[in-house]
Design a binder for this molecule. Structure first.
Ligand SMILES: *Cc1c(COP(=O)(O)O)cnc(C)c1O
Length: 220
């Protein structure tokens, strides 16, 4: 019978296995358990199994379920992995420990203002529109150097680059492109890899993988 603890063990050992030939410590990869659409009853077993980093894609959904869980487990870190509207910047800064979806100047100024007001610095990944998809969020590749300069000037802690490759295609070339963009811009943090491709992402250098279904089973 597969349960949360065994699924967590499987994902962790898969990460450790691909770290070895890459000569990386497994601890250099942060496993983010993506708990969007999952209720507290599905999340609790993972907390009990030792998982402490979780990811949500909606501010409002996270506000509904996390305050109680975090009160019981203050060492939990919460990552925002979904698109963020500028008018939710204050709520996001109050609730999340890391934001993965900084992708445009208007959001940058909203976040900088919110962090200043709250007196709380929240590290941000700059999301890159790695497959140049019109419907997806993310900074266009051509605009990345200029946007990174703006982020650095705004004095927001830059955690790294993040991408979501196009669906139904081989992810590896997109991960490799993100690695190159990071290197070109002197950045070491890489948020890439989901349930179907986190091992590939780790092999290529991911520092943060965002894994939902492989940990929770079916969607909640
Ligand atoms: C849902 C989601 C994930 C996790 O996807 P799975 O395939 O369930 O692992 C990762 N990143 C983002 C941005 C997501 O929205």
């Amino acid at each position: 019978m597969e349960n949360a603890a065994t699924r967590l063990e499987t994902v962790r050992s898969n990460i450790a296995r691909v770290c070895k030939p890459a000569r990386r410590e497994a601890s250099s990869v942060t496993l983010i358990a993506v708990s969007k659409t999952q209720g507290p009853e599905a999340i609790q077993p993972l907390i009990d199994a030792g998982q402490r980093v979780f990811g949500e894609n909606r501010v409002q959904e996270a506000e509904g379920k996390w305050p109680a869980l975090r009160e019981a487990h203050p060492d939990i870190a919460l990552h925002l992995i979904g698109q963020l509207q500028s008018n939710k910047a204050e709520e996001a800064v109050a609730l999340f420990d890391v934001i993965h979806s900084l992708d445009r100047p208007s959001l940058l100024s909203a976040l900088a203002k919110a962090m200043d007001k709250a007196g709380r610095q929240v590290p941000c990944f700059v999301q890159v529109n790695i497959g140049d998809e019109a419907q997806k969020g993310g900074c266009p590749i051509a605009e990345l150097p200029a946007f990174l300069a703006q982020v650095r000037a705004a004095d927001i802690p830059l955690a790294g680059l993040m991408c979501i490759p196009p669906a139904d295609t081989e992810a590896a070339p997109f991960f490799a492109l993100l690695v190159k963009l990071a290197a070109d811009n002197g950045i070491s943090g890489l948020s890439m890899g989901m349930s179907g491709d986190y091992e590939t992402a780790v092999m290529l250098g991911a520092t943060h993988v965002r894994v939902g279904t492989a940990l929770f089973g079916a969607r909640g």
